[in-house]
Structures are given as C-alpha cells and as structure tokens.
Design a protein around this ligand. Structure first.
Ligand code: ADP
Length: 303
C-alpha cells in the first residue's frame, strides 16, 4: 500500500475563449468546482490503479472544506486521512482557453499547516506502507519527517517537487525516487550547480550522492528518461495518443510508477505503465474523471 502526503485543494476552473487581460472580465463558457490538489490527484490515481492508499491531507474550516470528505469517499480513499485546521482550505483558480492553454494559481492554505508532529502521529501507517509519496503543495517539515520515518523502516519514498522550490537537504537525503518534469529538471540542475538539465545521466550522477537512488525526468509527449544508480539510462517513449488536456499527466505518471514499483515490477515495466497512465490522462478532459483504471493500463502495456 501507498501513503500519500497532502495536498487537498478545492479547484475552480473556468473554460474561456481567451484568458482575461488585466482590467478585463470575460464570460466563461463553463465553470467547475471539484476536489483536486497534487496530493489528492496522486492518491486518487493510486486508488484507481487498485492500490490500497492511506495518507494525510489538511483542510480548513471554511465553506470549501465541505468538499473534501465526499470527494475522498467518492475516490475510495479513507476519510481518516483528513486533518481539520482553522483557516482557509487550499484553493486553486484556473482558466482553460479554447486552444487548451491553462493559467492556474493555487493558494496552499491548510496544506501548509501539516507539520512534523502530524507525520509522527501517522508513524505506524508510514512504517507499514510500501512507499510514501509527496509533492510540494505541503510543508517541508511534514515531508522531511514522514520520509525519514519511512526510510528508517526500510521503505521507499517518491517525491515530485512541484510546484518547485529548492529541495532541502533533509528531504533530498530521505528521497528514494525523484520524479521531475522538464521545468523542474532545469531548476534542479540549477540547485545542484549544473550548467544544463538535458543530460539526465549527468543530473542523476550529481544527485545520487545527496540521497536519491533514481531520477525520472518526464518530457510530455516525448516520454520519459530514468537515471539509475548503476549508471543505466532508461528511455521510455510516450504512447501515441491524441492529447486533449495534459493537466494531471505528471501526477498520473508518478502514481503509476509508484504503484507498479510497489507491485514488484522492474524499472522498465514500471516506466511503461507510468507512461501509459500519463498518456491516458492526457487523452481525456479533466483530471479525476480521466485517471485510468488498472485494466486500461494493462491493455495498453500488453505486448
Ligand atoms: P507534467 O504534467 O508534470 O508537466 P509531463 O507533461 O512531462 O508532466 O507528462 C508526464 C508523462 O505523461 C510523460 O512522461 C508522458 O509519459 C505522459 N504524457 C504527457 N503528455 C503526453 C502526450 N501528449 N502524449 C502521450 N503521453 C503524454
């Protein structure tokens, strides 16, 4: 089973012809308020792939917090994952234009109130999970503590550092698998003092002394690359699909990778299953409804 650390975000999205310019207001063609956040998406994606999921999400005490419990139940996630805090629930505002461009702003709200004590309270669940996974819509303190607890129990951890901020040494040293997209790879290369991020092998070699045992770089429609500690560089082409909305592709890829590795698949097959998850999400509108079921991934990755 997989333990997922925050975040829960109430996500508003408006479909518009073009995003409004400063001072302008435009009519939206459709509006949607739904449960989201990278943590929720990762947890829901793991669950859709039939992994058992536990974890930790914080919500506030405002009207938006009421979205959380029904959304978790609908996703098949345990409502016991929720921690209630004073203040605002994490919230996001997004525009999707007719040509598929997106503009998104996320307020982390309650997600940042998770701290080391919350991780310790979940210590036995973290120690029992095959893998603990986290993203950067929650605090460094809770990630560092949870990852340290997982590693102390001989478990693996996976981090998608998105939205990117420099990865603190306490987190990096307890990260087993680092999964980044092209933009985050460039920021990581800058953090490590490397001139460019295009050489994934060199990026992995610079990264591994700091803790991680594997680096995965996703390249959208160009697929993904993985650098492993034995020096191997694996190349995973993308599956050919008609992309309609790539929002959530990275989350689905990371969840697919985590579930496949926990099921005992080797790296080659795990990357293939992860790429299938990313492609399937990209080929459908939305995130939650687009998350692939296990059967669809099996069918796509059969030889
Ligand atoms: P993020 O959403 O984090 O920016 P990417 O865009 O790199 O992440 O997508 C993650 C993975 O999803 C890619 O490595 C690829 O396997 C898959 N994917 C994304 N976009 C497409 C696409 N247009 N066609 C096929 N697969 C895609």
């Amino acid at each position: 089973n997989i333990f997922v650390l925050g975040s829960f975000v109430a996500a508003c999205s408006a479909k518009v012809l073009t995003a409004p310019r400063a001072g302008e207001s435009v009519a939206a063609e459709a509006f949607l308020l739904e449960a989201g956040g990278k943590g929720f998406n990762l947890a829901a994606a793991c669950r859709r792939l039939e992994s058992a999921v536990d974890g930790l999400f914080a919500i506030g005490d405002d009207a938006l917090s009421a979205l959380a419990e029904p959304a978790l139940i609908h996703a098949g996630l345990p409502a016991g994952m929720l921690r209630r805090r004073r203040g605002p629930t994490g919230a996001g505002v997004g525009f999707i234009s007719a040509s598929g461009e997106t503009w998104v702003a996320v307020h982390a709200g309650a997600n940042m109130t998770l701290g080391a004590a919350d991780a310790r309270d979940s210590g036995s669940a973290i120690a029992a999970a095959d893998m603990t996974i986290a993203q950067f819509e929650t605090s460094d303190a809770v990630i560092a503590e949870a990852f340290a607890l997982a590693r102390a129990s001989g478990r693996r951890t996976l981090l998608t550092p998105s939205p990117f901020r420099p990865i603190p040494p306490a987190i990096l040293s307890a990260t087993s698998i680092l999964c980044v997209n092209r933009v985050e790879a460039a920021a990581l290369a800058a953090q490590l003092g490397l001139p460019d991020a295009d050489d994934v092998g060199a990026l992995g070699a610079a990264l591994f002394p700091h803790g991680p045992e594997a680096l995965v770089v996703t390249l959208g429609a160009e697929g993904a690359l993985a650098a492993l500690p034995d020096g191997a560089l694996l190349i995973q082409p993308a599956f050919a699909v008609t992309a309609v909305d790539t929002l959530g592709a990275g989350d689905a890829f990371a969840a697919g990778l985590a579930v496949a590795l926990c099921e005992g698949h080797g790296w080659t097959q795990a990357l293939r299953r992860a790429a299938a998850c990313g492609a399937l999400v990209a080929s459908r509108f939305g995130v939650f409804d687009a998350l692939p079921a296990r059967d669809a991934v099996d069918a796509m990755t059969q030889d």
